[in-house]
Design a protein. Sequence first.
Length: 557
Amino acid sequence: MSDTLETPRTNFIRQIIEADLASGKHDRIMTRFPPEPNGYLHIGHAKSIVLNFGLARDFGGICNLRFDDTNPHKENVEFVESIMADVRWLGFDWGERLYFASDYFEQLYGFAIELIEQGRAYVCDLTAEETRLYRGTLTEPGRDSPYRDRSVAENLDLFKQMRAGAFPDGARTLRARIDMASPNINLRDPVLYRIKHGVVHHQTGTAWCLYPTYDFTHPLSDALEGITHSLCTLEFEDHRPLYDWCVEHVSVPYRPRQIEFSRLNLEYTVMSKRRLTELVTEGHVTGWDDPRMPTIAGMRRRGYTAAAIRDFCERVGITKSDNLVEMAMLESAVRNDLDAVAPRRMAVLRPLKVVILNYPEDGQASIESPNHPKAASFGVRAIPFGRELYIDRGDFAEIPPKGYKRLTAGGEVRLRNAYVIRCEEVVKDAAGTIIELRVHADLETLGREPVGRKVKGVIHWVGAAHAVRAEVRLYDRLFRVPLPGADGRGYRDDINPDSLRILDDALVEPALGDAAPGERFQFEREGYFVVDPDATPGHPVFNLTVGLRDTWGKGQG
C-alpha cells in the first residue's frame, strides 16, 4: 500500500449527496471539519477528517477547516497548531479556507439581537444551578424562567450591558425562547450567550467578555460559510432541532443540512477529551503525543502511517449504528501498509553472546542481505560478520519445549542470510544465568543447504564488533480491557501497568545507527519500529509500532 488516498466505500451520506447533486439542489457541495481547539485530535477525529475532506475531494466540492473556538478557558494556540499539523499529515489541505468561529463573533452578536427583537430570546438572571432545576427532566417538563417575559426593550438593553461588561460571570445569560415543555430538553430555552471575564481568547484577546455557546455558534457558522452538508456524530442528533431553529430564525444566507453518523469507538482506548486530558495532566502518559495515546500525534510518534489510518477509516465505514471496533483492525491496517514500505533490519532486543569457535579470531566478513524480501528496488546492504555476535535470548533454550525450532544445546539453526551453527557449549555465571554460547559454524552453508541434513530454524543476529547499542521502547495497549471503565469501574483502574517496557541494552546492526527520527523499519522476526524524536547521534531510540502479528496477551517483542 502506498501513501496515497484510498478508494472510498459508498455509504448513506454519499448517497444523499449524490441525490442532492442529481436533483440540482446544490451545484457544488461544501463540507467542513470543525474541531474545538481544546485538546489534540484522536483517531475518532481522523474518521471525520477523512469523511469531510474525502467527500469534498470526490464530489469536486470544498471542505473548510474551522475552529469552533467558543470556550477560551480550555482552548489555546498549541491545540490549534497541533490540529492543523494533524490534518496536513493525514494528507488533506484546506487551502485558503481556514476559519475560526471567533471570526464571526460580531455577526453572531447581531443574530442574537435579531432573536431578541423577534421576541425569541431573552436575558435570564437565573444561576446555572437554578437553570438546571427549571429545565426539568426527561419525564417532567421544565418551568418558565421568571424572566422569560421581559420586554424586547429591556432585553436589548440588558444584552448590550452584558457585552459592555456591566455584570459579573454567571449573573445573566441570553436564552432562546422556544418551549419549556418540549420533550427534547435541548429546546427548553437553551442558553445562547454567557459572560466570561478575565480570559484571553487565542484569537480575539480581551475584546469580548460575552461568548456564544457551541449550539448557537456552530449552525450559524455553517450557514455563514455556505456549508451544504453539516456532518456530525450521533450524539448531536438530539441537537439537530436546535440547529435548524437557529438557522431558520435569523438572516443567514444558507440553510445547511445536518446529518449524523456513528462515532468511532475503539477497543482498549478512551476517546473522551476530558479523559484524555486527565491522562496527560495526571501523568499516566508522557504527553498528548505519547505513543500509547489514541491521538493522531501519538499514533504518528508510534510509527503509524497516514495511509494506514485513512485505510482504517475507510474500512470502518460510515453508518448510523454505534459499534465497538476491534483494535486488531487498526493494527492490521498499519501492518499491511508497513509491510510494503518498511526496509528490513536486524536488531537483538535481549542480547545473548555467541562465539563461533571455528571462525578466525580476527576474521571479518560482510553478509549481503536484501533490504526488502518482496521488492528488489529496495536494494541490498552489507552486514558485518565476525567470530563474536549476539542473538536474542528467546532464540535459545537448554531444554526446548515441544515444537521449538530455534537454537538448543547440541542443536543446529541457521543465522539469517549466513551460516548454520551448532551449539557446543553453554557458559553460565555463578548464579546459573546463561551468559554465552559457544558454537561451531558449518562454513559450507553460506547461501546453501547443509549436506545430508535439513535445518528448519532461522534466527536473526548482530555482529558484536559493529553492533550499535540502542534504546527500544516496547509499547502495548494503554488499557487492559476492551472497554475501560465498564461495569462501574473507574477507567483509571483499567490502565495497563505494562503498557511500556524500555530495553536500554538492545543491539542493532550498523545500518540503524544513524537512522533519522520518523524512519520506519521492520526488525526481522520482531515487529515494525520507528525512530523516536528522542533519538540523538550515538543514541538511537526505537518505538515498537506493531508486531508482525496480533500478539496481544502473548507478550510483545
